[in-house]
Design a protein around this ligand. Sequence first.
Ligand SMILES: Nc1nc2c(c(=O)[nH]1)N[C@H]1C(S)=C(S)[C@@H](COP(=O)(O)O)O[C@H]1N2
Ligand SMILES: [Mo]
Length: 311
Amino acid sequence: MLIKRPDDIAPSEITPRELFEQRRAFIKAAGALALAAGLPAEAWAREAFPNLQKSAYSTLEPPNSFRDITTYNNFVEFGFGGKSQPAERAGAMKTRPWTVSIEGLVQKPRTFAIEDVFRIAPLEERIYRLRCVEGWSMVIPWVGFPLNALLKQIEPLGSAKFVEFITHMEPATMPGLRQPFLDWPYTEGLRLDEALHPLTLIAIGLYGEELPNQNGAPLRLVVPWKYGFKSGKSIVKIRLTDKEPKTTWNLAQPEEYGFYANVNPDVDHPRWSQEKERRIGEFFKRKTLPFNGYADQVAQLYAGIDLRKYY
Ligand SMILES: Nc1nc2c(c(=O)[nH]1)N[C@H]1C(S)=C(S)[C@@H](COP(=O)(O)O)O[C@H]1N2
Ligand SMILES: [Mo]
């Protein structure tokens, strides 16, 4: 299902994977050196998550480079002035101490310290495609665990139908918050069954290291079959509700950003086609796949829904 034919793989795509492996080897070696010298391994290299399990949900497509993934970002709290701004500015955001509260229609509301979130479930490496509604895509080796493991801890009530994700606001480091055309904090939402789907990931790292701030440290959502804007960064609150939550982009431009935001090449964005995408690092555009290539796993969630109307 997620397998590409060998003749689709351009030679230029092979390099990131090799670099990935080399980087891994380097990080391991640096860690061993540090230990031998009696230093904490972190002083040399941050292989933060040494026991990552590989995931059967990973795409076999080669990941983008660490550099692309961490310097070409959308994180509008840090400005609307281009893809390099989050990398330039987000370093100032304070990600410790950090808590995440889960509340609303749940049996056991709770505020988790980030350190406890990191221990909720075995950590996996999940290599997922991410497609932005703007027409570019990447392949990212996330570190994380399924959101359903977190939701299990707080026991959703039978009346819960939706999950709202509310993200961090730090006015001192986030100039974007002064822009009035979005309703802050950045908020997103899923239907409860979408949130419980095993593909829906809480990411706490990428390329085997803790998330860089610009990618949503210390924890973010990753919903691989939806446009990137559904995957809220730097989450501080998760609320279970019985009504469809209002979401930031939908409030700003309802006709452009629907609640579902399932990747659908047949539904044009009002201002451009969604038929194709440019994989960052590639020259030619590729065809966009329904549900971003995850149709086998998720299409049944939408049986009977007209996704042209509920886009
Ligand atoms: N808090 C917050 N989360 C956010 C955004 C944002 O601006 N603020 N941008 C979204 C969009 S539009 C995309 S495409 C992805 C980009 O994730 P990446 O920079 O890690 O590739 O993050 C999403 N999550
Ligand atoms: Mo996006």
